[in-house]
Design a protein around this ligand. Structure first.
Ligand SMILES: Cc1cc2nc3c(=O)[nH]c(=O)nc-3n(C[C@H](O)[C@H](O)[C@H](O)COP(=O)(O)O)c2cc1C
Length: 392
């Protein structure tokens, strides 16, 4: 079973991730993880904290000579802004944060005890854990790409269907948005909000290409991959909605305009499976295909061979420079909410986090199906399965 835990406070010594269940023989390099951490810290609209931190992974266990050895991989990201012991008390709860609910839950008078762990700084550890699983998925030609498709009501419409082109467009955008035209409007919204001391949210899309059919299960509700993905994505700070495929739009359309019809072509759509050579595989080899992907690659909680596509709605950042009304915790007098250093828009950063948690969930389902104790064994199992579905 692939799983992970994170630890660490926003202004504590460091963040920690422990990832258990990776097969032995997987390349583990800090460079790949650091590149993802840089992306998480970037994106237009972020606040001053990200200028202080320069996130870098230090591997603590589970690897030798650059490869995983089948034991838990643990890693650390140091906080340059380590100041938790000296920070002032927080007694003016910020609406939209865990401050007040956490204080009532634990009986705290100083809500900093809540803020420090509830903060999205924790997502750096999730991104590092996700990067490990992206490396694993890449071994099987599975690419997971997260990008921004909406900010403050401005929506992207031109999204390339080709993964390479999509990645190229995303990576050349300061908002991680593949649609240049929409990006201009989004930038304008962020600038307006910043001027007004306000914040904006948006929509993130994640597409996973090359996912084989058969991941997840319809046999037990806890194993449905749609549910597992929704949980992982919803558990990212500030995410308030998750849609798979057409999502909420299914409620408005007729059935004939929702369900993806099934076709078959004797000639495989992709290069044929070469004996034992996973590297030669590109996407589908079963011959079954769809002309639409309204289901977002999932039917009955199981992947169907089409790209897995989901969207997440992020709320506007709750800490406002022009603060909202609140109540002082001990005196119960009306006050303005505390205004910590904050982002105006963190949708691009959140797209990196959502991508990471989706990659982790897909890798987890992948290893459940093809799992082995070494990468070689997983590849053997995967190759055998592809042969099986091809001959269906
Ligand atoms: C990448 C990322 C960066 C964030 N940055 C901030 C921030 O600078 N200031 C802030 O108030 N909230 C920020 N948030 C949102 C809060 O962490 C989140 O709204 C809060 O912890 C309450 O959790 P909830 O929105 O899930 O209920 C960020 C979220 C993410 C995913």
């Amino acid at each position: 079973m692939l799983r992970y835990l994170t630890a660490g406070e926003s202004h504590g010594k460091c963040l920690i991730a422990v990832v258990e269940g990776l097969p032995a023989g997987l390349k583990i390099d800090t460079e790949t993880m650091n590149a993802e951490l840089v992306r998480r810290q970037g994106g237009y609209g972020r606040g001053p904290r990200m200028k202080i931190e320069k996130d870098e992974v230090e591997l603590l266990s589970g690897t030798r000579k650059g490869l995983s050895i089948g034991s838990p991989v643990s890693l650390k990201i140091r906080n340059l802004d380590y100041s938790i012991e000296d920070l002032p008390e927080l007694t003016r709860a910020r609406p939209g944060h865990a401050d007040l609910a956490g204080a009532m839950k634990h009986g705290f008078h100083d809500m900093r005890n809540v803020l420090e762990r509830a903060s999205a700084r924790e997502t750096a550890a999730r991104v590092a854990a996700g990067a490990l699983t992206k490396t694993l998925l890449k071994e099987f030609n599975i690419d997971v790409l997260g990008y921004v498709v909406g900010i403050g009501g401005f929506l992207a419409t031109a999204i390339p269907g080709d993964p390479q082109e999509l990645q190229r467009c995303r990576d050349s955008s300061p908002l991680y948005c593949p649609d240049k035209e929409a990006e201009r409007g989004m930038m304008g919204r962020i600038k307006e909000a910043e001027k007004a001391g306000d914040t904006v949210g948006g929509i993130i899309e994640v597409a996973a290409f090359g996912v084989p059919p058969g991941l997840g299960s319809y046999a037990q509700w806890t194993e449905r991959l749609d549910g597992r993905l929704a949980r992982a994505v919803m558990a990212v700070q500030a995410i308030k909605g998750v849609e798979i495929g057409l999502g909420f739009e299914v409620a408005e359309r007729l059935g004939s305009l929702v369900h993806d019809e099934i076709f078959y072509d004797k000639i495989p759509l992709s290069p044929p499976l070469e004996k034992g050579d996973i590297g030669a595989l590109k996407g589908l080899t079963s011959g079954f295909y769809r002309k639409t992907n309204n289901a977002g690659g999932l039917e009955g909680g199981v992947t169907n061979g089409e790209p897995v596509v989901l969207r997440a709605a992020m709320k506007p950042i709750p800490t406002l420079r022009k603060p909202l009304s609140s109540v002082e915790l001990s005196s119960k007098t009306p006050v303005q909410a505390a205004a910590e250093r904050s982002d105006v828009c963190a949708v691009p950063a959140a797209s990196v986090v959502v991508e990471a948690v989706v990659a982790f969930e897909l890798a987890s389902a992948f290893l459940e199906k093809f799992g082995g104790d070494s990468l070689q064994e997983v590849k053997r199992n995967y190759t055998g399965y592809l042969g099986q579905i091809k001959g269906l």
